[in-house]
Design a protein around this ligand. Structure first.
Ligand SMILES: [Mn+2]
Length: 292
């Protein structure tokens, strides 16, 4: 298990209303930078939504593709296999972690959410209707029942086992919901003050101390668009690639890390393949450290 990663492609952009995000997995599957990593990467499956829908109308298709995704991650957890979901829009978090949480029961799951956004709208607060703005709320049991009850009816995550790193663009309703629940948010200002390394060290303690296993959900828009321009929704003044790669060490060396996601890759916006190369570097990081 330690020297292999099961890759799950999530070729879906309907949760973002950005079709190009669905092309990420195909680009990665033929990427020379991923091929360099050889047989250590095993493409388990690539999931595609049944219809091209948008906004709230995408709900049925998002639920259907995420049910398949949840069944896939649940199975990989049962087989003790390390996985990474490659997206695709961030709605995949609902499927990825619903599957893991359900398979782990009664053991607990924690999650580090690295993102420029909070992704914690409900269907009542969303300004855009796009479901990729809702996955973290759904995993915390908030919002539309079709999303919160995927695979099983209970909240998949408890607030004390979750933290967010890199937030810098959000609506007050999301912030209020998370603060009410007591989710620790490391905003970009705190990261600028303390440094990413210290923040990731503390984020690691929060998830590792409070849960039996945990995952990492990495939205590439957390990284500065100068370094990772190929994302669905770029936000300036982001994290630095090198600091992020270094800080991931705290998690990757920990046997409690059960899997990860790298999402919102939009190949159409990429420049000089820099985002594609960053994804390859991230995958290599997960591999190298797990082999040691
Ligand atoms: Mn996101």
């Amino acid at each position: 298990m330690a020297n292999q990663i099961e890759l799950i492609g999530y070729a879906c952009g309907i949760g973002a209303g950005i079709h190009e995000c669905s092309e990420g997995p195909a680009v990665l599957q033929s990427s020379p930078y991923l091929k360099e990593l050889g047989n250590a990467l095993h493409w388990n499956t690539i999931l595609t939504p049944e219809h091209t829908t948008e906004g709230v109308k995408a709900l049925k298709d998002v639920v259907s593709i995420n049910t398949k995704l949840a069944e896939t991650t649940a199975q990989l957890v049962a087989q003790n296999k390390f996985f990474i979901t490659l997206g695709g829009d961030h709605t995949c978090a609902i499927g990825t972690w619903s599957g893991v949480a359900t398979a782990l029961k009664p053991l607990s799951l924690g999650l580090v959410w690295i993102d420029a956004h909070l992704d914690s709208h409900t269907d009542e607060t969303t300004p855009s209707g796009n479901i990729h703005g809702m996955p973290l709320a759904a995993l915390l049991g908030q919002g539309n029942a079709a999303l919160t009850d995927l695979l099983s009816p209970n909240p998949k995550l408890l607030p004390q086992r979750v933290c967010i790193v890199g937030a810098r663009s959000f609506e007050p309703e999301e912030q209020q919901l998370l603060e009410k629940l007591g989710v620790r948010i490391f905003y970009i200002e705190e990261i600028a003050q303390r440094g990413l390394d210290k923040v990731l060290q503390e984020a690691h303690s929060i998830v590792s101390d409070n849960s039996d296993f945990y995952g990492i959900s990495l939205d590439l828009d957390a990284v500065d668009p100068e370094e990772a321009p190929g994302v669905g929704t770029p936000e300036s003044h982001g994290l630095h690639e090198t600091a992020l790669l270094n800080g991931l060490q705290y998690f990757i060396q920990d046997p409690k890390l059960i899997g990860a996601e790298i999402v919102e890759f939009n190949p159409e916006r990429d420049k000089n393949q820099s985002t594609e190369i960053l994804i390859a570097k991230l995958l290599k990081k997960f591999l190298v450290n797990r082999e040691e």
